[in-house]
Design a protein around this ligand. Sequence first.
Ligand SMILES: Cc1ncc(COP(=O)(O)O)c(C=O)c1O
Length: 368
Amino acid sequence: MAICDYANQYVCDLVAYQTGKPIEETARELGIDAETIVKVASNENPLGPSPKAVEAMQEALKESHIYPDGGGYKLRTAIAEQQEVDIENVILGNGSNEIIELLCHSFLNPKAELIAAEHAFVVYKLMATLFGAKYVEVPDPGFIHDLEGMANAITEDTRLLFIANPNNPTGTLVKQAEIDAFMAKVPDHVVVVFDEAYFEFLHEPLDTIKFVKEGKNVVILRTCSKIHGLAALRIGYGIASKNVAAILQKARQPFNANAIAQAGALAALADEEHRLNTRDINDQGLAFYEAELPKLKIPYVKSYANFVMCDVGDGDFVFQEMLKRGVIVRAMRGYKLPGWVRISIGTPEQNVRVLEVLTEVLALRDSA
Ligand SMILES: Cc1ncc(COP(=O)(O)O)c(C=O)c1O
């Protein structure tokens, strides 16, 4: 008997999420020093963690024998103050990915539908599959979410609708006016999730928290994994209308956000200097790629986040060949874009190295 004859059918249907290739694994496979490898595959912060967060976490380590505050009082209070909402509007997650899962636990079943854009963050599809729900994919011309199309796709059975803004892996943004027009059309039985993992990289104002304040069925997801540089800690948060937040609180494990991560996040969210330095270096990196990719005749999608997705013709080939040269990018086959790769913005030195290696690999591709 095969395991899937008796395991949960929805789990058997899953294609496991492919993470960016780890540096240590690459170093082992290539037999080279991990220090020489550049990983630009997971949209991490090239400046590292907020130093203030590191200090706070070192202090918190001394209390590692005590269970965390399961209610996350200090961190949720700080987030509530920062966002001008009440603590009851805030939920913590083991990464914002966990809150995506909690949303699916809370709102999906095999009769329900989840709507997302065609090239949206892939975890939404994985989670819809895991809960046996119908995944409704709305085309996104030019890789930009079509909010009108998404509103038109809503049915009686729709429970969740995800807008990743900026979106991963495309880096595209939907603007405030479109969001406002869209929200006016959404019925109450649909929870709209604004996944804003890359929000802090934006320069344009974007206000989705106002929908929470208006009591609409919305959740805004943010993470400490990106601009705050705490990806290893697994800490993210959601700002939701109180009725939605209360359901999510029921669905979570008692100590889902660990104490070290809570302490780090608290310090990181207050570290304006690190946030602005990271955004500056990211702006420089985006400008670098916008100037250099056209010289290599590589089409790219204008990005509002900390990565750029570009059409290199054969994404798997470019990924493999760059890997051999110690640079880890992300191939986009999993997003039905086999010609593309996604490159995270690094430090200026890393960006130069990535471009050099990319240039070398493209020459190899053209001579093959
Ligand atoms: C759009 C988007 N949402 C959510 C996440 C999950 O982030 P985390 O679980 O690290 O908070 C990511 C990570 O890459 C992302 O790109």
